[in-house]
Write a protein that binds this ligand. Structure first.
Ligand code: SUO
Length: 449
């Protein structure tokens, strides 16, 4: 078993702990799983256990693993800002009566998908040699846009040392500046301490609607946000690539690029329909990486866009283990799909991966979040890692404490009718109050002050 303090510069996965109000409200634009599971009962305890089991599995492979706490729900501040008043129970009841949609928004536990929390660039790539963070504005939907402030606070709290970390404000919240964070951002490198090349993928070009965008669903990520982040993070423009998503893919349910492409070190695994101009993207990546990148494009004939979205093949995580193996951590759904499973066998055969491991993330998957959605990758040198709030770094002991904590506080199931229950609110706040002790973060939530 490895120690979480990596001796060399390493990629640390910060996974979002799934919160006690995890539910299916169908809130997410362009996300087919969210739409099709709308109003189904959810299983918060199983959900949180599945997410934690994935973290423990990666840790057992020797991948440094940390945890980000959920956002406080219900988000009473949001409901009050929208005109619901009275005591807490009255606010929840009025919201349920007048707008179940707003109530569900205030109960969403979507912050678990930390790939959307922020864009992070390692110190090796920034000209001031510090790690840069920009929280995502998530303007496309209210339930996600209301995560930004708490995310920013959490990141500042966890990565608190200004010698190592720079925290930027989110880019302005305007639809032509849409930013959904690291889900549309990939970094390629040789070893993690070496300077990398960063790929920013976008669905909309802020220069206006020229009719080339998706027809059915909204493009959530803008090019302008990526450009701003590349400037803010002081990246070398010669080592940055911008790529437009294929609008057909967005219309098939690819609401983030990480539903159709995944990169790790010198490998890009993507569907042939991922980008509007795939040849140009590959050429740009070859040039900027001095031809060290290996691109594996999966043809439509092998895996259709629809099957890619249904199985979340490309939302797998690729990790380098302690023994220097390259492992693909894929959703169970990929094993169950014969075509995808056969392809994975071939990718092991041809040494793209040393092996594939499958993880059961049913509860998250049913809201459109696979293995890669649940993690924010932060590349840290040993000194940077040593300065991080250490209570969030996963240890064997913390896994056991969190399992126990989940079992004590989380409900087995939740329905839409339960969301206004003031007892659920108390349970949720009490759970989070205890969690901040377990993670040694102090009082971070408004309700604790
Ligand atoms: N990276 C995965 C993000 C999934 C997320 N789903 C949601 O917000 C579903 C919420 C709901 O419908 O209850 C989204 O689409 O942004």
């Amino acid at each position: 078993m490895s120690n979480t303090t990596a001796p060399t510069t390493a990629e640390v996965n910060f996974d979002g702990l799934i919160g006690p109000t995890h539910n299916y409200a169908g809130l997410a634009p362009g996300n087919l799983a969210s739409r099709s599971h709308r109003r189904e009962p959810s299983h918060p305890r199983a959900a949180a256990r599945q997410g934690l089991a994935k973290m423990a599995r990666l840790r057992s492979l020797g991948v440094p693993q940390a945890v980000l706490p959920p956002q406080p729900r219900p988000n009473l501040g949001l409901l009050r800002r929208l005109g619901f008043s009275g005591d807490d129970a009255t606010v929840l009841e009025a919201a349920q009566k007048q707008s179940p949609h707003l109530l569900a928004t205030a109960m969403s536990s979507s912050s678990m998908w930390t790939a959307n929390a922020a864009t992070v660039c390692p110190s090796a790539d920034a000209d001031d040699r510090r790690v840069h963070f920009t929280p995502a504005n998530l303007v496309t939907s209210l339930h996600r846009a209301s995560e930004t402030d708490v995310t920013a606070m959490l990141l500042r709290r966890i990565f608190h040392d200004p010698r190592f970390f720079v925290h930027h404000d989110a880019v302005p919240s305007s639809t032509d500046m849409g930013d959904e964070g690291a889900a549309n951002h990939t970094r390629f490198c040789d070893t993690f301490d070496a300077p990398g090349v960063q790929l920013f993928v976008y669905g909309s070009d802020s220069r206006g609607d020229d009719g080339s965008g998706p027809k059915r669903f909204v493009a959530r990520q803008s090019k302008a946000a990526g450009e701003a982040i590349a400037r803010l993070h002081r990246l070398d423009p010669d080592r940055v690539v911008f790529a437009k998503q294929n609008p057909r893919a967005i219309d098939a349910g690819v609401f983030h690029n990480d539903v159709i492409a995944v990169g790790h070190r010198q490998l890009l695994l993507c569907h042939e329909q991922a980008f509007a101009q795939p040849d140009r993207v590959i050429e740009d990546l070859r040039r900027t990486t001095n031809d060290t990148i290996r691109v594996v494009q999966v043809p439509e004939q092998r895996v259709s866009l629809d099957d890619a979205v249904a199985t979340y093949l490309f939302n797998s995580q690729i990790v380098t283990t302690e023994t220097d193996q390259t492992v693909l951590v894929a959703p169970e759904d990929c094993r169950q799909h014969s075509g995808v499973n056969a392809l994975l066998g071939e990718l092991v055969e041809d040494n793209t991966f040393d092996r594939v491991e499958f993880v059961d993330l049913r509860e998250s998957m049913d809201n459109g979040g696979g293995p890669a959605c649940l993690r924010l990758r932060v590349v840290l040198t040993p000194d940077e890692l040593a300065s991080v709030a250490s209570g969030v770094l996963l240890t064997d002991e913390l896994v056991i404490q969190l399992e126990n904590w989940i079992d004590r506080h989380y409900r087995e199931s939740l329905t839409a009718a339960d969301l206004a229950d003031p007892v659920l609110m108390k349970e949720s706040y009490q759970a989070l109050d205890e969690l901040t002790d377990l993670l040694r973060l102090g009082a971070i939530y408004d309700f604790q002050r």
